[in-house]
Structures are given as C-alpha cells and as structure tokens.
Design a protein around this ligand. Structure first.
Ligand code: C2O
Ligand code: CU
Ligand code: CU
Length: 513
C-alpha cells in the first residue's frame, strides 16, 4: 500500500500517494480558491486533524421517561481550516450527537426543525410504531417540533437517525443531517468489551463528499449522479477530513456506519491486519468473527474490534468495490466500478496511532449473544421484490420510470403490501439492474436466509435491516412483523442509495391487526 506510517512522506512515495488520495481532486480545486494551498494540501495529506467524536447524549430523565431534545439546524462547517461550507446538523453544524438508550427505555424525542424547509427524522433500524417512524409521512415543517414517544425494544447494537422526506432525503443527509444511536441491553453491558465512549469505543460515521470550487459541499448532483448515486472524492469520518485517532488501549472498538449517500465501502486496514467483527446492523453476532475486510453498503453498520498493538500507525481504508455479477466487459470494468461504488478510489478514512504506552484490554468473550433464529418452515407468507433501473431511450431523456421495485416507482398515496401483525414472512430480493442496491426494511430486524441459495457468511449472521443485493443476485430474508399495527400509517422498504430512494426505488407496507 502507498500509505507510510512515519508521519512524513518521502518525495518518492508522495507522488503515488497523491494519485490515490482525496488530495488529487482537492488540490485541483484548491488552486482556484484557497489561500496557502500547499499548507492545506499537506494537511490533507498528513492526517493531522484529530478525529471528531460526536457528543454522547443520554437524554434527560423525567420520571419514567427519557427526553431527547434535538434541533435540526443550518450552520457552517470548517472541513478545511479557514474555509467554511454551509452545512446542516443536529444540535451542531454537521451531523448530530450519539444518542444512547437502553433496551426497555421509554423515550420521547423532541425534534425541532430549523433548517428553513420541511424535513423528517427517521430512527433507522429501530422497531417503533409506524406513525413515529419519521418516514415520508411524518413531515416536520420549519419551526415546528415533532415529539414521537416509544419504548426501545431492541437488542444491543448501533443504529442511526436521518431525514426521510420524499424526494429530499439525499440532499438533507448530504448536507449533514445524521447521527448514531447506541442501544445497550443487560446482556451487552455485562460483556467484557471495550466500552469507554470516545476512548476505546468509537462511533465512526463514514461518508464521502464532493467539494465544490468555493470550498463548500453544497449538494449539486448532475443527472448522472441522480441516476447512479452521488459519490464524493473526499472521505470523512464523523465529519472530519484526514483524521487521526490516538488509541490508548490495546483493543479498539469501532462502531462503523456507512452514512454515505451512495458509496459501498470495502473496509480493511492498510497493513491488512485482521480484526474481529462483533455486531451487524441490529444485534451482536453470536460469536466474534475474525476477518480482515468488511463490506458495508449505505445504511449498514458493523462493530469491529481491532488490536492496535505495535509501534506503527495504520489506516482504516476503503478499497474500490466492484459488485459481483457485473460482467467487466459490459461497460469496461473501470467505468462500472466507478459508478457503482467509490469511484474506483482508495479512501483513507482514519489513521490510527497507537499510544507508546497501551493499557491492556481484557480478552474478548467467546459468546456474545443468542439469536432467536426464525425457521422458514414457520413462514406465513412469501413475497418478492425486484429492483430495476429500466434503461433505454426514455431513461436517457429523463422520461419514464428510472428506479423501480416490482416495476413501480414510490407513490405516497399507494400502499404496496399489507402484512398481518405477528406474521413471519420471507422476502425474496432480486436485482436485474447493473448496479448493486442495498435493500432496507423499516420496522423489523430481519435475518438473511441465503444469497443465491448459499448460507450468508459469518459476518452477516446477525440481525440486519439493510442487505446488499448485487446484480443478478437473489437474497432471501425472513422477519416477524410484531408489536405494532396501524391501518393508516405505512412503513417503507427501499434501496438505501439515497438518490435511488428519492428517484422512486421505494415502496410502502402496512402492518395490520
Ligand atoms: Cu435509513 Cu428508510 O432509511
Ligand atoms: Cu430505516
Ligand atoms: Cu439502488
């Protein structure tokens, strides 16, 4: 790899580094607008920004209920020193606090919208009543406060929140509206895992952004971006460009969230060291899974534990991802790759610097949780969902349907599926387009039964709410739709590439008693 860990770059490897880093394009625009750009360029190169850790917010207890006050607002963010970009955030100028809750807690979230236009706030991955889901049917006008209240019924894992207004999700998230939610339960609190927030238990909201000539990240997709998904060329971790983190303990737990609009991240460490995955989207894995790379598509989360021992700095990076099932001859491997993932670019997300003295961490537990596996024999119903991107002259003209599920584009007034409360259902997910689509289901945590007939690999054997469906693949998932029924308010299912979702690759289901 090009990454050198001595903190300085020899002129020799600097050139090859430039090729791969965000800097190449950054430098290009920097020449036009930025003062003292060599210094800035160096900054971009050297990972000299301390990683921002979103503030931990446990809410305010009022009797039996915990209150969270969230304010969605506009501000300015200095991604690069001295250059401000208009952004949005929650209780801040970019991203939001990490909300921390316990399974069984009764919570109320007062969400105030001050962004100057209507938006929503959705609790991604949480099992909540449909009318409090924060989807397209719960708009919050500018100046208004929306106060959903529910009980946390969840296994311990990392979830997140983000806007979900029809047609506007991509823009609102891109501008900075997103944050993490950590749910603890009795079982997870008793495990000997790294759990000191900001010290050895770190949330990492991974994103990429495209900086315009004026130094801003203002959302301005081309027609092509809307078609395939908006991809940036600068990686950000918790809104920090070129960040580093000083690890003070031997084991470091990273709560990884792919918070990108469209990029699929194939994550690994620059020295290819192995690490242990302990959680998926909605639960712990039953036992730790050792690996050296992990694929996260938009919306997906994973918790990993990495042993930082050694005197070398190393980088968390994302390699270009090529969706399996794509014939490389189809449009020329490079082209396809660029369109389906991180623009064929190596992203350096975070430099990890082990402190010279590392506190010892206790060994990892062998058993993390028990998952109540659903048996396909008990399924009450099967449904299938086919994601498509119809091609042809109509599409080129921007006419006709471009992003569909079962041939339909999302329509707010149409309910696509009706599910009986307490039913167990198997959903068969297909994709006949040339792009990989991460399929997300609201309300439930599902289990993956199979990918193209094969059992999912160990890193996917936990509870999930997003699953990547590659071109030509069939993914079968199973879930129980329980607790909440409502014959008026629907839940959503959709592709989590936000531009695809906004363009119509979404549908609605009711759960009825
Ligand atoms: Cu993360 Cu329907 O959303
Ligand atoms: Cu969701
Ligand atoms: Cu998609």
């Amino acid at each position: 790899m090009n990454y050198k860990n001595n903190g300085f770059f020899h002129s020799l490897n600097r050139r090859s580094f430039l090729k791969n880093s965000a800097l190449s394009s950054f430098a290009f625009s920097a020449a036009f607008i930025m003062p003292n750009w060599p210094a800035l360029a160096q900054a971009a190169n050297l990972h000299n920004n301390s990683l921002k850790i979103p503030p931990l917010y446990r809410g305010e207890k009022q009797g039996d209920i915990t209150i969270f006050n969230l304010e969605m607002r506009n501000g300015n963010t200095e991604f690069y020193k001295g250059i401000n970009s208009p952004t949005s955030g929650i209780n801040g100028s970019y991203l939001g606090p990490t909300l921390r809750m316990n399974n069984g807690d009764r919570v109320r979230l007062n969400v105030k919208n001050l962004i100057g236009e209507t938006t929503t706030l959705h609790w991604h991955g949480l099992h909540v009543p449909a009318k409090y889901d924060g989807g397209p049917h719960q708009p919050i006008k500018h100046g208004e406060v929306w106060s959903p209240e529910f009980t946390i019924i969840q296994k311990a894992a990392s979830f997140w929140y983000h806007p979900h207004l029809m047609g506007k999700t991509a823009e609102h998230v891109w501008q900075g509206l997103a944050g993490m939610i950590i749910v603890d339960d009795e079982e997870s609190l008793a495990l000997s895992l790294p759990k000191e927030y900001g010290v050895d238990d770190i949330p990492l909201v991974l994103q990429d952004r495209r900086f315009l000539k004026d130094g801003s990240i203002t959302y301005s997709p081309t027609r092509h971006d809307i078609m395939v998904g908006m991809v940036g060329d600068v990686p950000l971790a918790n809104g920090t460009v070129t960040p580093y983190f000083v690890a003070k303990k031997q084991l470091l737990r990273l709560r990884l969230l792919n918070g990108a609009n469209a990029s699929i991240y194939d994550l690994s460490f620059s020295d290819n060291r192995s690490f242990v995955q302990i959680a998926t989207d909605g639960s712990m894995l039953e036992e730790p899974f050792e690996t050296n790379s992990i694929l996260l598509s938009p919306g997906e989360r994973a918790e990993i534990i990495v042993d930082v021992s050694g005197d070398k700095n190393f980088m968390l990076q994302s390699r270009p991802y090529v969706a399996s099932g794509m014939s490389s001859g189809m449009m020329g491997g490079g082209m396809m790759r660029g369109e389906s993932s991180s623009d064929g670019q190596l992203f350096n997300f975070l430099e990890i610097r082990p402190d010279s003295y590392l506190k010892k961490s206790p060994p990892l537990p062998k058993k993390l949780t028990t998952i109540n596996w659903l048996d396909e024999k008990n399924a009450d119903k099967n449904r299938s969902f086919l994601m498509s991107m119809p091609m042809g002259p109509m599409m080129m003209l921007g006419l006709g349907k471009t992003h569909t599920i079962n041939g339909k584009e999302m329509k707010m007034s149409r309910i696509d599926e009706i599910i009986k409360l307490n039913d167990i259902e198997i959903w068969e997910l297909g994709n006949d387009s040339m792009f990989a689509h991460p399929f997300h289901v609201h309300d439930v945590q599902f289990q993956i039964l199979s990918r193209n007939g094969k059992k999912p690999h160990a890193g996917e054997r936990g509870l999930k709410d997003v699953v990547l469906v590659n071109p030509g693949e069939i993914v079968r998932i199973i879930a129980k739709f329980e607790t909440y029924a409502d014959d008026k308010y629907p839940y959503m299912y959709h592709c989590h590439i936000l531009e695809h979702e906004d363009a119509g690759m979404m549908g609605q289901f009711l759960v009825v008693a």
